[in-house]
Ligand binder design. Sequence first.
Ligand SMILES: NC(=O)c1ccc[n+]([C@@H]2O[C@H](COP(=O)([O-])OP(=O)(O)OC[C@H]3O[C@@H](n4cnc5c(N)ncnc54)[C@H](OP(=O)(O)O)[C@@H]3O)[C@@H](O)[C@H]2O)c1
Length: 220
Amino acid sequence: MRVAVVGFGKMGREVAALLPERGHEAVAVGRGDVYPEDCPVGIDFTTPAAAVGNIDRALAAGSRYVVGTTGWTESLEAVRARVDEAQGGLVHAANFSLGVNLFYAIAREAAAILAPFPAYDAYVVERHHREKKDTPSGTARVLAGLVGTSVPISSVRAGGIVGDHVVGFDSGGDEILLEHRARNRRGFALGAVLAAEWIATRRGVHGFDAVLEDLRRSSH
Ligand SMILES: NC(=O)c1ccc[n+]([C@@H]2O[C@H](COP(=O)([O-])OP(=O)(O)OC[C@H]3O[C@@H](n4cnc5c(N)ncnc54)[C@H](OP(=O)(O)O)[C@@H]3O)[C@@H](O)[C@H]2O)c1
């Protein structure tokens, strides 16, 4: 299918390179371009300021939409209402990497194991490249929400770090560390393309967990 690749930065280029490998055609949509009428799905990796307007353009064009852009989810409830009204379909995730989504499950389980031991304070550290615009990362916010309430998050912006997330539990006497490191952007791009294939025939607003759950079920 023809897939609108909205935003042609680091992630958009990675998505465009991957689409033909899965039998799709990439249609690049840059800043100021009209949204193409003939793309059943679009994938957005732009900026927090641009994402919500881009969603509205895709809805108006009758296109399903996958939003990888982070830092816009304070508008999620308003977006959900507009997607439902338009009978459209949208998948959003702060992180489309399969490994990070498995890491969420591990962090949740670790927090459950440590819950009876209040001596362990949970914290999250995230490290990203110097150009990343939102702080803390959307992934760090998700992790913090999974392991407790009012969990502190620390952010580093330096060089070309693709994306590292650490979840720590410190008791004063010892520390338990869980870490995920992205080595390249291909894993994010693959997850976004899988989400585009999935939402092409569906309606409503979904997280990547719904896509992964369906893939897990269909692999049995
Ligand atoms: N969900 C995930 O798995 C995941 C993974 C990695 C990154 N991200 C997120 O994805 C976003 C993009 O990351 P990136 O590393 O690709 O950033 P990037 O390299 O800065 O690319 C962003 C691109 O978006 C373009 N853009 C800005 N506004 C636009 C608009 N209205 N319409 C079309 N294009 C527009 C920019 O064009 P100009 O050059 O003209 O400004 C730029 O080419 C960030 O929010 C990042 O946090 C998410």
